[in-house]
Design a binder for this molecule. Structure first.
Ligand code: SIN
Ligand code: CO
Length: 382
């Protein structure tokens, strides 16, 4: 169980989040790495996993993309292996990421893990997103500066860096230390010896990204097809002129789509999508019947949530028949209204044991929801 110490969430949220960087010394005491470099290298061999090796040798930067057959050939000079979405593969990495749940799950993307040798790093750069970086084994010097107008450098087509910056934080992190870097703050981490780092990344979509995805949703579901109407069209001197009122009518049509219940549903689906890693195992899931799940529960069977699953829901949202609605990986799930409280707790626990408490009045309804989740590959009997 990872729990951040020496840290006041309220002070962090009011004074630091999206505002200024912070170092949390010994945020994790006696820090245990959730995986080692060998497991990390193993993940980088897998087809469905996004990984890179960034290296600097004789002043030349190189970037190689996984999956790797022979990773060693890229690990020359000072190098870092970076693997995305490790929270979806390693339950302990998922647990580490959840220590940051004081920021809502719909704001999170994934846990990226890097392993670096001495002097390695990805060079000074700026990220668009907030990040927490946890120091695992080894130590690394981190420098963080203030937002500004920095000269960009592209030493390799897949690597964006910046010129020098003046650090306002210059610290050597030891295992269990954490840094928080808000968006647009230049930073540079240089490994002092072999080291592991865990980056908790966040999402902040732009209107451009959202409009594009919302447009796909409206096409897929054949929504918002009503057309512009103007029974009271005004006469005008210039046929090329659009009146302000007419412009407003066009915008009202768009507003209508944005204000709709479907748009709220789409937003929750969109924010629940973590581009889950797909591997072949997903296809071989056997469907359980409600009776089978009922029997397993009666026998005290424990159910475990797949790593990386982060269900979300909208405050007080209900379906037309008052069902509780929650979202996982872009899909909406319904559970009867009387299960709301129970299911909310269930969704956020990694392990569910029927011995914990399964109130009689909701037992059948909950079992139906659990069956759907098991058959969708998000929970499994263990
Ligand atoms: C890392 O190399 O682990 C983190 C890179 C970064 O975003 O600064
Ligand atoms: Co960065």
């Amino acid at each position: 169980m990872y729990q951040i110490k020496n840290f006041d969430v309220d002070v962090f949220l009011s004074d630091y989040w999206q505002k200024k960087p912070m170092v949390i010394k010994q945020g994790f005491t006696d820090f245990q790495d959730p995986l080692d470099e060998h497991e990390l290298a193993g993940l980088a061999l897998e087809e469905h996993i996004d990984s890179r090796v960034i290296s600097l040798k004789t002043k030349k930067w190189q970037v190689a993309h996984g999956p790797f057959e022979d990773i060693n050939q890229h690990c020359k000079g000072a190098w870092s292996l970076l693997v995305q979405a490790v929270d979806q593969s390693v339950p302990e990495a998922d647990e580490l990421m959840r220590a940051f749940s004081f920021i809502p799950h719909w704001r999170m993307t994934d846990l990226m893990v890097s392993f670096s040798n001495k002097d390695a790093g990805v060079g000074p750069h700026i990220d668009q997103y907030d990040v927490f970086i946890v120091q695992g084994k080894g130590s690394r010097r981190w420098q963080i500066g203030l937002p500004g107008d920095y000269e960009s450098k592209v030493p390799h087509p897949d690597l964006k860096q910046i010129s020098e910056f003046t650090p306002i934080i210059d610290e050597i992190l030891q295992p269990g230390d954490i840094i928080y870097i808000p968006p647009h703050h230049p930073h540079n981490g240089v490994a002092l010896d072999y080291c592991l780092n865990y980056s908790i990344g966040f999402r902040a979509p732009s209107p451009q990204e959202m409009l594009s995805a919302f447009s796909d949703f409206s096409i897929d579901n054949n929504l918002f097809t009503q057309r512009y109407l103007d029974q009271k069209i005004a006469g005008r001197k210039y046929p090329g002129e659009i009146k302000q009122q007419e412009l407003k009518q066009f915008k009202d049509l768009l507003h209508h789509a944005i204000e709709s219940a479907q748009c709220s549903q789409w937003l929750a689906e969109y924010l629940s999508t973590n581009n889950r890693l797909k591997n072949n195992e997903d296809e071989s899931i056997e469907a359980y019947s409600v009776e089978e799940i009922t029997e397993l529960l009666a026998n005290g069977q424990t159910f475990v949530r797949e790593p990386g699953i982060k269900p979300i829901f909208i405050e007080s949202q209900e379906s037309e028949n008052n069902d509780f609605i929650f979202y996982i990986e872009g899909q909406a799930f319904n559970s009867p209204a009387n299960t709301r409280e129970f299911v909310q707790n269930f969704l956020h626990s990694a392990v569910f044991s029927p011995k914990d408490a399964l109130p009689n009045d909701i037992s059948l309804f909950f079992t139906q929801t659990l069956t759907t989740l098991v058959n969708s590959g998000y929970w499994f009997p263990e």
